[in-house]
Design a protein around this ligand. Sequence first.
Ligand SMILES: [Zn+2]
Length: 454
Amino acid sequence: MKSSILTIGISICALNSYAQDSLQMRKISDEIMLHGTCYENLRVLTKTIGHRISGSPEAARAVTWGEKAMKEAGADKVWLQAADVPYWYRGKESLYLKMGKEYKKVRALSLGNSEGTYGKTLEAPIIMVHNFDEFKALPESEVKGKIVFFDYRFRQDFVFTFEGYGDAVRYRWASPSIAAQKGAVGVIIRSMSTGKDDFPHTGGMHYTDSIKKIPEMSLGNITADELERACEKGAPMAKMTSECHMMPQPVHSFNVIGEIKGTETPERIITVGGHLDSWDVGEGATDDGAGCVQSIEIIRAFKALGLKPKCTIRAVLFMNEENGDRGGEAYADSAKAKNEHHVLAIESDAGGFSPRGIGLEMPDSLKQQITKYKNLFLQYGVYDFSREEGGTDIGPLKKQMNVPLAGLLPDSQRYFDLHHTDNDTFEQVNHRELKLGAVVMAQLIYLVSEHGLN
Ligand SMILES: [Zn+2]
């Protein structure tokens, strides 16, 4: 008898807590959906600064903007955290393809970190392969002096498009050093793109140090299709010119951090962030202006609601996610040096689309503590807690200090149409979807701050 009274007591307690959490989550949602400023912040970032590659004057302006936006959001404390970053410079570039009788100029982008054509125009025949296995089978004599076209298609059969990206991205990352080993003089790739369009996508590539550094350019899917047909019929030629190069010296730059001090356990920190740098095309709205303004929004919403979190909440605009992760490393280095206690870090770097899930990169026992809130998130359209996803910028926190990571998982269908292209603009972001992403992260932070994670 006694024990059943106790059971009923516990159940009522749990019910109360559930109802209270549900109510508080609704308040957070209403505040952001009705009064959120993240969309306006995104407009200012993308339209007054635009794209902002690490080390550039635009990135420096974005730091100043971020500091101001964080103060306006009402953070108790705002500061800059130093990080030296690489500065890759694109300069002028062009690609002409001769797929019939005459050369025609096509849309193309040099890949980030690539070397250019060293002050010359590179003219060479093109040889096409569909994948690394086909390339391996080619004799050196067939590759020497040629530009290799790696015509690997982004797999459209993965419903969660980040899996398709994970599969294809090695062709962008590693092709030049692989091709150069057989004497190739340049590389053209089909973009890592789900788009049925002709936007080329840039993005990070990497050279193996001991191998000759040859230039790499990408094509949009329509031009890649055209080149594929031309290669099947004959032997097309390319004229490639690019000034791009890595600057010899790193540039002094910063993460922007805004904090709300916790009331009960201020030494326990929950980090939320996105990355402030972008590639040097488009406006860096989806990748990752969205994650930055959502993180600032969380600070604003907590303050506007008068919520006093038990734990300290830190919003971080990380610098240099795209080609070095120096900001993420600097943040983790500092946390480790100060022996900080990080309860959870969450990143939004998958676009400002409708949230569908929260990726969890942490031990099972901690996953269970978060997935018990699953029903509370259903009415916000969030149901998928099954993926191991954190984020690049928060990765070093896990590596260095075993911090549990979470990643906001918005609907992934359009992200790889846009990211790293001239089409990654403010207009592609929907204000409700963007705000809803901030809502879900703020709700998760509220729950973890209130009930802990350990
Ligand atoms: Zn990103």
